[in-house]
Write a protein that binds this ligand. Structure first.
Ligand SMILES: *[C@@H]1O[C@H](CO)[C@@H](O)[C@H](O)[C@H]1NC(C)=O
Ligand SMILES: *[C@@H]1O[C@H](CO)[C@@H](O)[C@H](O)[C@H]1NC(C)=O
Ligand SMILES: *[C@@H]1O[C@H](CO)[C@@H](O)[C@H](O)[C@H]1NC(C)=O
Ligand SMILES: *[C@@H]1O[C@H](CO)[C@@H](O)[C@H](O)[C@H]1NC(C)=O
Length: 233
């Protein structure tokens, strides 16, 4: 019966010392403040990370009616192009009407929109089809254009609409959200919001953020009329 006589229990000691008391309460307050700040204010109970950009897809569509802008009535004529032609550099061989679309080097987070063009026509080798070239001497050559147009503007490019579909994903966790499920905004360079994209502003069943080229240029602070030198034209 010896084990019944020995047991451990707690003993409460009341410390009557003002210096130890102050230390005790300071520690208690510090622990309480830590819990409030870490858990409640900075949401320390959540696993957080900065999302990284996922896929981005940009498409361009012509407006329902293309207006003839005043710059088309000047000395430089205009071409009326569809969105798919403007998004890519295109060239037409003379022998047939099939366009060759040359995709520009795909740079991350960039899109190529044609605003003015020069058309060069290259004759195919004699008795050759420049696209289905079945003999080595038929290979398409861009050495001597027979016909070079002057500069032509793409009419009403600022009214064309861009649809940008994009997503974010996490690195550590499996988070992946497409923009159709997120609220977003198009901002000026100084951070001021130009327009927002929410479920309320989005078209039903369309996941992408839709804006006109004009809005994008406005947000970027770019002006096509003054930008040609800068853009290297
Ligand atoms: C440019 O010319 C077209 C056709 O000639 C005309 O419809 C259009 O209104 C003109 N635009 C301007 C801004 O003068
Ligand atoms: C040169 O281009 C112009 C405009 O596209 C066209 O009208 C003309 O027929 C072309 N000439 C030749 C020789 O292909
Ligand atoms: C937008 O709508 C989708 C379903 O249509 C919903 O899953 C999503 O949570 C909504 N987004 C916001 C920010 O309300
Ligand atoms: C940001 O830039 C836009 C366009 O230039 C301008 O309208 C707006 O007032 C600017 N906002 C601030 C806070 O400077």
């Amino acid at each position: 019966m010896r084990f019944c006589r020995d047991y451990d229990t707690l003993k409460v000691v009341k410390v009557k010392d003002s210096r130890l008391g102050v230390l005790y309460y300071l520690c208690a307050i510090a622990i309480f403040a830590y819990i409030v700040i870490n858990l409640v204010l900075s949401q320390g109970y959540l696993l957080k990370e900065s999302p990284i950009p996922g896929a981005v897809r940009v498409s361009l569509h012509e407006p329902a009616t293309i207006q003839t802008p005043s710059y088309c009535n000047g000395s430089t004529p205009c071409v009326y192009w569809s969105g798919i032609q403007i998004m890519f550099v295109s060239s037409y061989p003379t022998s047939n009407s099939v366009p060759i679309f040359v995709y520009p080097a795909d740079a991350f987070a960039s899109t190529f929109l044609t605003t003015r063009i020069v058309v060069l026509q290259y004759p195919p080798q004699p008795n050759c089809d420049p696209i289905i070239s079945k003999r080595p001497e038929c290979i398409f050559s861009t050495r001597q254009p027979t016909n070079t147009s002057g500069i032509m503007y793409v009419a009403d490019i600022e009214s064309y609409t861009l649809m940008i579909e994009h997503s974010i994903r996490g690195k550590e966790n499996a988070l992946a959200i497409r923009n159709g499920l997120m609220d977003g905004s198009l901002n000026f360079m100084n951070g001021t919001v130009l327009r927002t994209f929410t479920n309320a502003t989005r078209m039903r069943g369309v996941d992408g953020d839709i804006m006109t080229v004009k809005e994008l240029l406005l947000a970027a602070g770019a002006d096509l009329d003054s930008g040609f030198e800068f853009l290297g034209f």
